[in-house]
Design a protein around this ligand. Structure first.
Ligand code: TRP
Length: 328
């Protein structure tokens, strides 16, 4: 029996090349080794204002892009979080076992909670932001995995999940694992093209900063040509050349070569030649992915139903156990 792994992705914006290299590509390898539960965290997405149309579009896009990228729904269980009601039930059981102090201390809560404009134009802190981590803990504990994959900004939430697991084990005689965090190594952080000192983001307002997986491949090509570099015109690996390092990383991840091999490949090239080569790789990659995406879209509903059923079977058992433990 393979060990279980849980991974969730938000549906807040359009997926970028950074998401592909940092998360999806990594999952392709992991699905060989683990029994992977991978879901679109659409209940997390509604913790901040988002229109119905945008949410509906994003979540389906993300699902289809995962399929198109090679997440195999026969091997992995892929589903929408909101399709498995046990997530919200479990969230309550987790929530009543946390404190205000624990939740309000979370870095992400502190970062996000000071600038939320609600639909009615007022500024307030939505409660959902505070309890975001309990839902995340619920997502994880429901499937009691060995490993969880998250971006570096989410490790504190997994830390909290571990504490909650210990608490539930003690209080209700549960058997939750001490879950390990897996953070993708290489390419974990693809930086912005306009500002290579900041992570490429799906919600940046400067569209030239990010390559979106559904960008027109020719537009993506041009974005790479325009990427901010430096004035040295020499390609080599250096932390003080964030723009060049980023392009080297992109190239090496898309061609499955090491960063050092990529450096050698371009050591005698000027920036123009280097960028053209990176841009071409990106364009080819997107063209191929998007043709698969068109096919994948037709199958989303089918696989979502299957994923829902499989996930629910596991989740229901956890709910039965914890209710028993609680005396419900
Ligand atoms: N909060 C995660 C993020 O923003 C997404 C997520 C929700 C998740 N639930 C999860 C990740 C459970 C791993 C496990 O990236």
């Amino acid at each position: 029996m393979k060990e279980r792994l849980v991974s969730g992705i938000q549906a807040t914006g359009k997926l970028t090349l950074g998401n592909y290299i940092g998360a999806i590509k990594n999952s392709l390898e992991l699905q060989e080794k683990y029994q992977m539960m991978i879901f679109i965290a659409d209940l997390h997405t509604i913790t901040l204002p988002i229109s119905k149309e945008e949410l509906a579009k994003n979540r389906e896009e993300v699902f289809a892009l995962y399929l198109a990228s090679g997440i195999d729904p026969e091997k992995s269980i892929i589903f929408y979080q909101s399709d498995v009601q046990e997530h919200t039930t479990m969230n309550w059981y987790v929530l009543v076992n946390t404190t205000m102090g624990e939740l309000s201390r979370m870095t992400q809560f502190k970062d996000k909670s000071n600038k939320v404009k609600l639909e009615n134009g007022t500024y307030s802190i939505p409660t959902g932001l505070l309890i975001y981590p309990t839902l995340m803990a619920a997502d994880i504990l429901l499937y009691n995995p060995k490993v969880v994959t998250v971006g570096i900004d989410q490790t504190q939430h997994v830390e909290l999940t571990r504490n909650i697991a210990l608490r539930l084990n003690k209080k209700y005689k549960m058997n939750f694992n001490n879950v390990e965090t897996h953070i993708p190594k290489i390419g974990a952080k693809i930086m912005g093209l306009v500002d290579p000192t900041k992570k490429m983001s799906k919600s940046n307002s400067n569209l030239n900063d990010s390559i979106f997986l559904l960008d027109d491949p020719n537009v993506a090509y041009k974005k790479i040509l325009k990427a901010v570099t430096d004035s040295e015109n020499k390609v080599y690996i250096s932390e003080s050349k964030p723009g060049i390092l980023n392009l080297l990383t992109i190239y090496s991840c898309l061609t499955d070569t090491t960063l050092e091999e990529t450096e050698i490949l371009f050591k005698d090239k000027n920036y123009k030649e280097f960028k053209e080569a990176v841009a071409l790789k990106v364009k080819e990659f997107l063209t191929d992915l998007q043709s698969k995406y068109q096919e994948a879209r037709k199958k989303v509903n089918y696989w979502a139903k299957i994923g829902q059923n499989k996930a629910q079977k596991i989740a229901q058992n956890t709910i039965i156990e914890i209710k028993k433990g609680m005396g419900l």
